[in-house]
Design a protein around this ligand. Sequence first.
Ligand code: HAM
Length: 413
Amino acid sequence: MKKLQAPRGTLDVLPPDARRRLEIVSIADEVLGRAGYEPMETPVFEDTEVFARGVGESTDIVQKEMFTFEDKAGRSLTLRPEQTAGISRAYIEHGMHKLAQPVKVWSAGPFFRHEAPQAGRFRQFTQIDAEAIGSDDPSLDAELILLLAEIYERAGTGATRLRLSSLGTPETRAGYLKELTRFLRAREDELSDEVRSRLGRNPLRAFDADHAGTQAVMKEAPLLIDRISAEDAEHFSDVRALLDSAGIVYVIDPTLVRGLDYYTRTVFEFESERLGAQAALGGGGRYDGLVEELGGPPTPGVGWAAGIERMLLAAEAGAAASAARVFVAIARPDAARDAFVLARRLREAGLRVETEQAGRSMKGQLKQAERIGAFATVILGDGIDVKDMQTGDQREAASIDDVLEMVQEAAPA
Ligand code: HAM
């Protein structure tokens, strides 16, 4: 009999992982709830047109990644690849523009994209999504970014990198895309085949290219952020001022390309160094034309989505790093007291530290360090040496602070 398995790119979530997911959702509920965001749900499948028109015909999501099927009456339906288009559809359908604006909502649930599965990338994944619809106030852009940063912090994802940019309006974007296409066409023979073949459809992709020739060309390419209108530039500087006053660190990245067409003005993405190739923990931006595109009144909106699987992967990587150990070895008989004091210092810095407490020989101590899985061994002999257990490198430290620095350098990410 055929062995039955979960479909490719999907996950069974077993205990205790299922509980961790609930915890993340309840962190989101608390953090977003305090800022006035209410839970909301939309169907897991929608009329295909919601995504074709909402996310955009030219995007990879719509072109290649949607799970689309026909129902028994021949209607084309699609498993939702993202949340914003569905929420905007519901906003229009239920006349939510008549409520006090902005309407602030959040949701958590499964999404579906037919992508090639790899670490951190699934065909069914879970997003927490937050949206504020009905106002273009820059404080909403900043508020949403801060709330997401707070959720990451509380979920223990570790340090994140925040990239920020502004895409202006669809008109400035269209003008810019023409300018960029002209620029790329003029230097076509320096570009990779892939970028050249997509030039007509998606010239922005050229900024993401790995190809060295293309990268060299892109260093001289015009940037959208230099072309946005004075009004959009002012909106962006208001968003930045609010983020600055909240003390959040970000980098302006004019090449930030998001995979969805509806964005206008602010776009952002959070990345984690603890993740591999799929480093995006979450992202979003403003979509001031989406509700109108789906048949509603002109209505601005802004929001983000964060992948729960990636948040958990980053948090687990951090837990593994903090579980990693340091061994303090005693290479001269009267160093036991120094070892005791040093271990305490290192523990104060948040490290898990064990010292020699069984009178082993130096060889036996190194074996013990390996046995406990130490990533670094501090050896107290005539001087203080730090041995990186991964590479085998051993160097002398000049001071206790130096020991701390060297140990932290050897620590797993
Ligand atoms: P997105 O950048 O396509 O944005 O997805 C947001 C997050 O969902 C990603 O950063 C990642 O953490 C997670 N994610 C996406 N695809 C996968 C996958 N195949 N496997 C695992 N995780 C994945 C959106 O979806 C927009 N709707 C965000 C938004 C809301 N913009 C405005 N409002």
